[in-house]
Structures are given as structure tokens and as C-alpha cells.
Design a binder for this molecule. Structure first.
Ligand code: HEM
Ligand SMILES: *[C@@H]1O[C@H](CO)[C@@H](O)[C@H](O)[C@H]1NC(C)=O
Ligand SMILES: *[C@@H]1O[C@H](CO)[C@@H](O)[C@H](O)[C@H]1NC(C)=O
Ligand SMILES: CC(=O)N[C@H]1CO[C@H](CO)[C@@H](O)[C@@H]1O
Length: 490
């Protein structure tokens, strides 16, 4: 059955491609150079789809820091290296800050929310997100306390394994998810609560599916794919279930809303909604709320928990580095509660966290951008609508920027006296108008979870086990599944 559908779709696709490929290519004069595309398939056979960023980084050595690849019929422009990426996302922000049009999202989330929105709606939602995350999530004591409390729950859970190996990181994911839940709803779920397990399952299944070839197929031929079975249907179903959950939960919140005592992001949104002016009816409606909340879960959960999984794996792999971090914690924090205030006295720990993010390289191709207008960039002509792929991997894993790109080497961020050394080319949150809207929250979480964990636990490889630092397959970089022991200190 599956096979028949696949074959059928291929036949239909080939037919359509034939029709479309007769369109004239005149506007692609002076397009960035790139490998010669095959008819129909483009360069798809030469791009390793299980690690596209690696192939693209390789190609940049041949074609330069700006080049083109054809994935099927879609012509894309790839940007590599710090200078070129910064030039595009910062100096040419007015051309390169939109997201590509995406039939899958047009159908499901209608370009609401923030991550895949464009234009005025994106502007309003981004402004709202940044300011409410600032009010409820950053620089405020409350969220710091919340994170440390959550870390304490996580530590208790890890201690319950009594130093025996474990490989189930659901509690770590739930701890990170609880921080978002706290910002949105002032609530926390137990790690075993079926609601949070289901929410996490929906979000991570969708993130996984969104990286699959089916999505590319859907986006190329939406009206055909709408009639065919396949994982795209699961994406729609998951989104619907997720949104229903949010609607049910938030309707309850609406009843309890006190505009004079706004407790969280949802309260702030509902307050805007009730102002009843033009902006509130145009943007602050329930649909934008449910998609925005979904975006914050989607963008904030896996990224942060994957980084913390890298942190745990790397500390167990390099016990001497872990020991140095613990010594610094003992010296600066002692047995007190970790606070962001401590960070500036903890150069080594700060460097280690930066190096975890650089080495982990979790968003090697970031999120796609698009040329929102025709533009001549660095001598090349890029037509409106061309997808733009900034390859962060080409910075974080290049020895032009980092002396030992393939090693875990905290000295990348330390000077010879052991002071913290900033490096401008470290950009795990990307750059420009579209850069991560949760950057400060993420940094707060990484520092407080990391120091809390190492204050009380030492991570070790299970006896006789060799820890593997090769990332799992996929267009994001996460550690392969691993078992670890968490040994209580003292
Ligand atoms: C270690 C953790 C994280 C990393 C490495 C990370 C990285 C990124 C990257 C690379 C982008 C895409 C930037 C671009 O398009 O060029 C992004 C976008 C985004 N991130 Fe994060 N992120 C993290 C955590 C978070 C958290 C905790 C939140 C908030 C709850 C968040 C919210 C967002 C949002 C809303 C966007 C979309 C921004 C837009 O399209 O305007 N992220 N993030
Ligand atoms: C991990 O633990 C959670 C509950 O904490 C459980 O629901 C899940 O099935 C476990 N996963 C695996 C692979 O055992
Ligand atoms: C970042 O590090 C690389 C290599 O160590 C160096 O060439 C580059 O100048 C550094 N950048 C900054 C801004 O320090
Ligand atoms: C009612 C409505 O749809 N409001 C806004 C939410 O987001 C979209 C953009 O996707 C705006 O165009 C709408 O005005």
C-alpha cells in the first residue's frame, strides 16, 4: 500500500516537473554558482540528506561562501562563513529576514505565531514575545528561582537512580518544558504526568517529521499530497491535538484573568485581546495565541534539552574538565543557590558552556530564510522567493574561527590568563532580526541547570562503556542515545 502511493506520487511528480521545467530560466542570470544540477532531481543525489550541513560545508570549499544548490526543483542559496552570514542577516536584513512560503504551514498554522510568520503579524508577535519574555522570563528573580527549583526536582529524580546507569532523559526534557509551562501558565507538571508526556511527545514527533522528505514533497505538491496518506497527515493531526489542548487550558485561564495582576505570557496576551482596539482584534486573537504558544514549545524545548544532554555527555567524557567546573562552583557558589550573578566570577564554567554549544552545533543549518525581494548580494543576483540557508555549522566547525574545531576545547573561550574570551563568530542563536527570540532565557536556563546539576552530581560513563560523541543522524545535531551514571557528590 505504502509502496503503491510512493510510486504513484513519483509518477505524478515527474509529470509535473516536466511541465514546470519548461518555464524560462532568464531570471537566474548571475545567480550564485554551484554544482551542476541533474534534470528533475537537481543536486539531491550529492547532498547527504542525513547530514546536509556537512555536504554544504564541503561544497563551500569549492564554490565559495555563497553558492547555489538545487534540491529537486527548488533553487536555494547557501551562505557559509561568518562574514557572509553576518553581511546577509545583519547588513542586508531588509532582504533576508523573512521565512519561505510553506504550503504545509499555510494550511495548518496560516502563518500565525512567530517562528514561521512574516510581515506585520510576525513583527507584532515578535515584539510581544520579546517584551513578555523579558517581563516574565529574564532579569527577573522569579524565573531564576523557578529554574533552580526545577533543577532541584530533576536532581532528586536523577539521585533516585542511585548511581546506576540510566538512558531515559524524559525527566530532563520535562524539566525544560516546565520552564516554558511556568512562563506561559505559572504551572508545573510532575515528570510522570500524562499531560506533559503527551505534549512533549506531540512536539518532538512533529519536529522529527518536519525534517523528513515527506514535508519537502508536500510543499512541492500540496494539492496532490492532500489526497494521499503519509506522515504529513500525522503532522496536521498532532498540531490539531496540541492546539485543542491549548484552547481548553486557556479558555479556563480567560475566566480567571485579572488584568491588574498579570502572571504570565498568556495573561499578557489575553489582556491585549481585551483592550478591544484595532491592534488587539487584528493580532491578539486566539489563533495567533495558540500558534505562538506552540512555537514557544517547539523552539524552546528540544533546543535547550538537547544542549543539556550534550553537556552531560561531554562532562562524563572529560572528567578533568568536569572537575574544574565543580571546583569553580565550590569556590564561587559553595552550597548556596546558583544565580546568574555568579556567572561573571566563573570564567571557566562560562567558557565550558559556550564550548558545549559550539561543539554541539545543534542547529547547523538554523531555520530557513528567504529573499523577500530581488537583491544583488556580493555581486550575485538573487531573485525574490529564493530560500536562503545560512550554515552555522560552517562557522562553528571551521578552524578559521575555532582553533580545534573538532575537539571539545573550552580554551576556545579563554585567554592565556584564564579570563573569559568572547568570540564574535560564536552564533548558536543566529544573527539579525530573526535571531532566537529566547536567547536570554536559554542562556539563563543553561547556566542555572548546568551549575545546579554539577553542584550536586558527577556524571560518569557506565563501567566499561565508551561514550560516543558522534551526533545522531538528522539535520539537527543531537547526541546518540547513551547511558550515564549520576553520582551524588559528598
Ligand atoms: C540552547 C537553546 C536554543 C538555541 C540554540 C536556539 C537557537 C535558535 C535558532 C538558531 C533560531 C533561528 C534563527 C534564524 O532564523 O536565523 C531560533 C529561533 C527562535 N527561537 Fe531559539 N534557541 C534556543 C532556545 C530557545 C528558547 C528557550 C526559546 C523560547 C521559549 C526560543 C524561541 C525562539 C523563537 C520564538 C524563534 C523564532 C524567531 C523568529 O522567527 O523571529 N529559543 N532559535
Ligand atoms: C522514559 O520514562 C517515561 C516516564 O518518566 C516513560 O513514559 C517512557 O516510556 C520512558 N521511555 C523509555 C524509552 O523507556
Ligand atoms: C575567534 O577565534 C578565531 C580563531 O581563534 C580568531 O581568528 C578570530 O579572530 C576570533 N574572533 C574574535 C572576534 O575574537
Ligand atoms: C484575525 C487574524 O487572523 N488576525 C491576525 C493574526 O495573524 C495574521 C497573520 O498570519 C494576521 O494577518 C491577522 O490579521
Amino acid at each position: 500500500m505504502e509502496l503503491v502511493t510512493v510510486l504513484l506520487s513519483i509518477v505524478i511528480i515527474l509529470f509535473l516537473v516536466k511541465v514546470f521545467s519548461n518555464q524560462k530560466d532568464g531570471k537566474y542570470k548571475n545567480f550564485p554558482p554551484g554544482p551542476k544540477p541533474l534534470p528533475i532531481l537537481g543536486n539531491i543525489l550529492m547532498v547527504d540528506m542525513s547530514k546536509p550541513h556537512k555536504t554544504l560545508f564541503q561544497l563551500s570549499k569549492e564554490y565559495g561562501t555563497i553558492f547555489s544548490v538545487h534540491l529537486g526543483m527548488t533553487k536555494m542559496v547557501v551562505l557559509c562563513g561568518y562574514d557572509t552570514i553576518k553581511d546577509a542577516l545583519v547588513n542586508h536584513a531588509e532582504f533576508f529576514s523573512d521565512r519561505p512560503h510553506n504550503p504545509l504551514f499555510s494550511k495548518s498554522i496560516k502563518e500565525h505565531g512567530i517562528v514561521f510568520a512574516n510581515g506585520e503579524n510576525w513583527k507584532v508577535m515578535r515584539r510581544f514575545t520579546l517584551s513578555t519574555l523579558r517581563d516574565y522570563g529574564m532579569g527577573k528573580k522569579t524565573i531564576e528561582n523557578r529554574i533552580v527549583e526545577e533543577a532541584e526536582c530533576l536532581i532528586q529524580k536523577l539521585k533516585s537512580y542511585e548511581g546506576k546507569p540510566f538512558s531515559n532523559f524524559t525527566s530532563l526534557n520535562a524539566a525544560v518544558t516546565n520552564i516554558i509551562v511556568a512562563l506561559l501558565l505559572n504551572k508545573r507538571f510532575d515528570y510522570e504526568d500524562p499531560t506533559i508526556l503527551r505534549l512533549m511527545g506531540l512536539v518532538s514527533e512533529n519536529i522529527k517529521l518536519l525534517g523528513s522528505p515527506w514535508v519537502r514533497l508536500y510543499n512541492s505538491f500540496p494539492s496532490i499530497m492532500d489526497r494521499l496518506p503519509g506522515p504529513h497527515r500525522t503532522i496536521f493531526k498532532n498540531l490539531k491535538e496540541f492546539q485543542n489542548f491549548i484552547i481548553v487550558t486557556f479558555t479556563k485561564y480567560k475566566k480567571e484573568l485579572d488584568v491588574n495582576d498579570q502572571r504570565n505570557l498568556v495573561d499578557a496576551f489575553l489582556t491585549k485581546q481585551q483592550e478591544g482596539n484595532q491592534e488587539s482584534t487584528q493580532y491578539y486573537h486566539n489563533e495567533n495565541l495558540t500558534v505562538l504558544v506552540g512555537d514557544l514549545f517547539g523552539a524552546g524545548m528540544e533546543t535547550t534539552s538537547t544542549t543539556l544532554r550534550w553537556a552531560i555527555l561531554l562532562m562524563a567524557k572529560y572528567p578533568e574538565i568536569q572537575k574544574k567546573v565543580q571546583n569553580e562552583i565550590d569556590k564561587v557558589i559553595g552550597s548556596a543557590q546558583p544565580q546568574m550573578e555568579h556567572r561573571k566570577q566563573m570564567a571557566y564554567t562560562d567558557a565550558v558552556i559556550h564550548e558545549i554549544q559550539r561543539f554541539g552545533d545543534i542547529a547547523p543549518t538554523t531555520v530557513p530564510h528567504v529573499a523577500s525581494r530581488d537583491v544583488t548580494f556580493r555581486g550575485y543576483f538573487i531573485p525574490k522567493g529564493t530560500p536562503i540557508l545560512p550554515i552555522l555549522h560552517s562557522i562553528h566547525k571551521d578552524k578559521e574561527y575555532f582553533q580545534k574545531p573538532d575537539e571539545f576545547y573550552p580554551e576556545h573561550f579563554l585567554d592565556s590568563e584564564g579570563n573569559f574570551k568572547k568570540n564574535e563568530s560564536f552564533i548558536p542563536f543566529s544573527l539579525g532580526r530573526r535571531s532566537c527570540a529566547g536567547e536570554n532565557l536559554a542562556k539563563t536556563e543553561l547556566f542555572l541547570f548546568f551549575t545546579s546539576l554539577l553542584q550536586q552530581l558527577t556524571f560518569k560513563a557506565p563501567p566499561g562503556a565508551e561514550l560516543d560523541l558522534t551526533p545522531a543522524l538528522g539535520s539537527t545535531n543531537s547526541p546518540k542515545p547513551f547511558a550515564i551514571c549520576a553520582i551524588p557528590r559528598s
